[in-house]
Each structure stands twice: as C-alpha cells, then as structure tokens.
Design a protein around this ligand. Structure first.
Ligand code: GDP
Ligand code: GDP
Length: 463
C-alpha cells in the first residue's frame, strides 16, 4: 500500500540528496550552490520493503527577502497538502536556525504528520544539532546521513506506521463506501486521516501482553460490542488491528494484536510473533497498557514489552486482569507491587490498576490512569520552575567532586515532551555518575508528578 511523503526543510539541508537515494535515479539536481531553481519533484521510492511516492521540495534559494520567504512557504504548503506525511529535515551540523523554525511553524499550523530528521549526522559533528532538534517540539529526530546512507533503517521504521495506517484507512474507506469514489471521499470523511493527525487525532492506546492475558476481552468490554477481534478482517493491516471508539467521553484509537494471534497456527511461532507484533502496536501508541494475567503476572514476554514501551518513550499503564478470579486480593496486590518494582525499575511510578475485563470492574480506573499518564507524557514545565527545583536538588544532595573539583550543574530546561525530555548544562557531563542522573530523574518524577511516563535527561557540556 502506498503513501506520499514530502521532504521539506530549508535549502541545503540535503533534501535532494535523500530524494536521490530513495528514488535511486538521479532525478533531482543536487548542487552545492544555493540558487539553482527547481520545483517540486516526484519519484517512486523504495526503502526496506516500503514503496511510496516521495516529493522533493528542494529548489529554493536561501530565503533572504520577502518574496522568497513567500515562495518557500507556498511550495512547502503545497507539498504538505499533497502528502500523507512530511519528513522535516534540518542540518545537524548547522543546528536549528531561525529558518527551520519557519518550517516547523508551517508544519504545526497545517497539522501535518511530521517525521523529524537531522541530516549530515555522520561522525560527531552533528551531535549538538541533534540535541537542538528536540527543541522544535516535533518529537525525537532521526539521525540521518543522506549522503552516506546512514539512518535508513530508522527512517523505514518511522515510515512503517504511516504505510500501515494508509493501508488500513484505504481498506476502511473501501469497506464503508464501496459505491463511492475513494478519491472523493478521501479528504474530509476521516477525522484521523494521517495528513492532519497530531492534535486532531484521538488518544492512541495499545493493549499489549502475552497471549491469553485477556486483551481481546478487554477491548471488547471497552468498545461494548462483540463485533470485532474475532479474527483479522479483510483488508485490515497485516498485523495490528486498530479501532476508534469513544472511551467514556475520550475519542480513542486502540491497537490490538489479537488478529495475529488468532491466525498463528503454531504455539511456538506465536510467542515470537506476538512480541514483534506488540512492538508494532507500541510504535503506534501514545499510551501502552501492559495487560497482565493476575494468575501468571510479569511473564518474560510482559517484561520485554513493558521495557520496550519505556525505551520507545511511551506512557505506560500496567493493568492486572482477571482480578475477579483472584481469591486473596490484598496479599496479591502487595506481591504484585513488589514484583513490579523489582522487575521493572525503569517504570518506577507507573500506575498499576487491577481490572476484570470479564465483569468490567476497574475499567473506569483504567480510563483515569490512561488519561493521566497521557497528560503527564505531554507535560511542559517552565524553565523558571525547573531551575528553582534544580537548586533545591543540588543543595539537598550536591553532585560529586572528582579530583576535588565539583561538577557543576548550571541550568536546566525542558526541550521536548511526549515523553518529557530535559537538558542540563553541566561542567563535566562525562564525569557525572549515572546515579546522579537517576536521582534527578526520580526527583522530577516525584516533584512534578509524572508517574508512568518515561523521562529523558540529557547532560550537555557547557564550554
Ligand atoms: P537541498 O537544498 O536541501 O536539496 O540540499 P542538497 O541535497 O542539494 O544538499 C546540499 C549539500 O549538502 C550538498 O553539498 C550535499 O552534498 C550535502 N549533503 C547532503 N546530505 C549530506 C550528508 O548526509 N552529510 C554531509 N556531510 N553532507 C550532505
Ligand atoms: P488475549 O489472547 O490476550 O486476547 O486473551 P482473550 O481476551 O482471548 O482471553 C483469554 C482467556 O481469558 C479467555 O478465556 C477469556 O474468557 C479469559 N478472560 C479474559 N478476561 C478475563 C477476566 O477478567 N476474568 C476472567 N476470569 N477471565 C478472563
């Protein structure tokens, strides 16, 4: 299934170089001299099994005057409108320039589906620019070297959900309106179309867990119908099944992997598949519900998926299912909490909710926990507040002084959310022990009340 990707960004960041690499033919001109006039170019791209149309917006000189700014804007806006997703490219070596911000604004305003890429990231020269890229608030940048072909697997991984979403959307439109021209109904019929998602999109939740944990039962209970998840529906994506519904007033899109399970024939093969499949669902999601079976909690598969969700930077809620069948609830709960802390220390503070998918008990608490985790995942803390907080943390427990010279942490700011990421300016980041970073992360979690969201902390050296 195909989709259209526009490569956007200011001149000279390497858009044409990437275009050429993806298309494999030298269709677009590459030139060192800004000033070669080009227009939108389209080509058929192949990358790691994906086929898609790529639009190159290269072709504008450095926008120094009003009319050029305007043209640059128009060209980009046109490309955004034509495309299902945009690859927004910055130059990791140059860092984030004011012109980059202009593009970021266009993409935000158009509510485009954006993949952020920091190009020219080969070697070490791109490191600081990469960090700055977070400040654009467009998520985690992919490190690319269009010239050297680095980061292509990461790019493919970032595009995969879009490919699947498009396939699914097309299948749904075809299923719902077989008589209608797809191209006509395409644009306005669908609120969560990939071209206007980030904010217009419903809350994206994935339910993951080992086979038989009760994922299908839970989703059926939430949706309140039995119509789904009895097997893969024709035309729906390969593995994950997604459903949109209203969850107690919250527009929600849920990803489930039951279709895969039901199709798998061999038990052993199934175990492997469900992890890979869980991974895919995790990539789609904002909040991941790790569903455990109370009778066999924290199985190795559960742990792997929970860890993966944390590493992917998703908000995590742990739900313990089949609580109705649990005879010793209090003792069991204490045991579960202990096991949780011991086995998943990286998820410290994540909510643990007991539910019964079968009776529906606890599902309201699950709803609250998911909303709260999502909210914290999006949190923004002001720089002033952070620095007041940092002062207190430093006073309470000063950083070490290797060789008699105290490591100084001078300043702190939040550079991203979803999940929250913070940069601390530090005199010798390489000497700061891991335990001190953990102290700060745990402090952030407690003091700013961020249970269940991964927190990223970057130490950056200050010359
Ligand atoms: P566009 O204006 O954004 O389309 O940029 P081009 O693709 O024309 O590239 C501008 C310049 O950056 C050219 O000299 C490219 O060779 C160079 N360039 C592109 N990608 C990379 C990369 O990954 N690393 C480095 N070091 N240079 C690159
Ligand atoms: P999945 O493989 O994770 O999708 O699990 P299913 O939803 O197919 O459920 C597996 C089995 O657990 C089925 O027999 C369900 O009836 C049962 N089950 C699911 N939720 C509950 C629950 O809350 N309580 C009890 N007692 N059984 C449940």
């Amino acid at each position: 299934m195909s989709f259209t990707l526009a490569i956007v960004g200011r001149p000279n960041v390497g858009k044409s170089t990437l275009f050429n690499r993806l298309v494999g033919r030298r269709l677009a001109l590459v030139d060192d001299q800004p000033g070669v006039t080009r227009d939108l170019r389209e080509g058929e791209a192949r990358l790691g099994g994906l086929h898609f149309t790529v639009i190159d917006t290269a072709g504008l000189e450095e926008a120094t005057d009003e009319s050029l700014q305007g043209r640059m804007r128009k060209l980009t806006e046109r490309a955004v409108e034509m495309a299902d997703a945009c690859l927004f490219m910055i130059d990791a070596r140059a860092g984030v320039l004011p012109t980059d911000e202009v593009f970021a604004d266009i993409l935000r305003r158009k509510n485009a589906h954006v993949i952020l890429a920091a190009n020219k990231a080969e070697g070490r020269a791109g490191e600081s620019g990469l960090l700055e890229a977070y400040s654009l608030g467009l998520g985690e940048p992919i490190q690319l070297s269009a010239e050297h072909g680095e980061g292509m697997a990461e790019l493919a991984a970032a595009l995969e959900p879009i490919a699947e979403e498009m396939a699914e959307r097309t299948a749904r439109i075809e299923a719902e309106a077989p008589e209608t021209d797809v191209a006509v109904s395409d644009d306005d019929a669908d609120d969560d179309a990939p071209r206007k998602p980030t904010r217009a999109r419903p809350l994206q939740v994935a339910v993951v867990g080992r086979p038989n944990a009760g994922k299908s039962t839970l989703i059926n209970a939430l949706i309140g119908e039995e119509r789904l998840l009895t097997g893969p529906e024709a035309g729906i994506t390969r593995d994950a099944i997604s459903l949109s519904f209203d969850w107690a007033g919250t527009p929600t899109r849920i990803f489930d992997t039951a279709g895969m399970r039901k199709r798998a024939k061999v038990q052993e093969k199934l175990e492997k598949l469900s992890v890979a499949d869980g991974l895919r669902a995790v990539k789609f999601a904002e909040v991941v519900v790790v569903l455990l079976d109370a009778a066999i909690p924290f199985e190795s598969q559960d742990l792997r998926i929970a860890d993966l969700a944390e590493r992917e930077g998703r908000a995590v809620v742990v739900a313990v299912n089949k609580w109705d069948a649990e005879p010793e609830k209090n003792a069991k709960l204490a045991e579960l909490r202990e096991a949780f802390e011991r086995l998943l220390p990286q998820l410290r503070g994540a909510p643990l909710v007991t539910v019964s998918a079968k009776t529906g008990k606890g599902l309201d608490r699950l709803h609250t926990a998911v909303l709260r985790a999502h909210e914290k995942w999006n949190i923004r803390v002001s720089t002033a507040r952070l620095n007041r907080w940092l002062e207190g943390m430093l006073a309470a427990h000063p950083p070490p002084a290797p060789g008699g010279r105290r490591i100084r942490l001078r300043y702190m700011t939040q550079v991203k959310s979803r999940p929250p990421g913070f940069v601390v300016m530090c005199s010798h980041p390489e000497k700061l022990p891991e335990s001190y970073s953990r102290y700060l992360i745990n402090g952030l979690r407690d003091d700013f009340d961020m249970p269940g969201t991964p927190i990223r902390l970057y130490m950056r050296s200050q010359a």
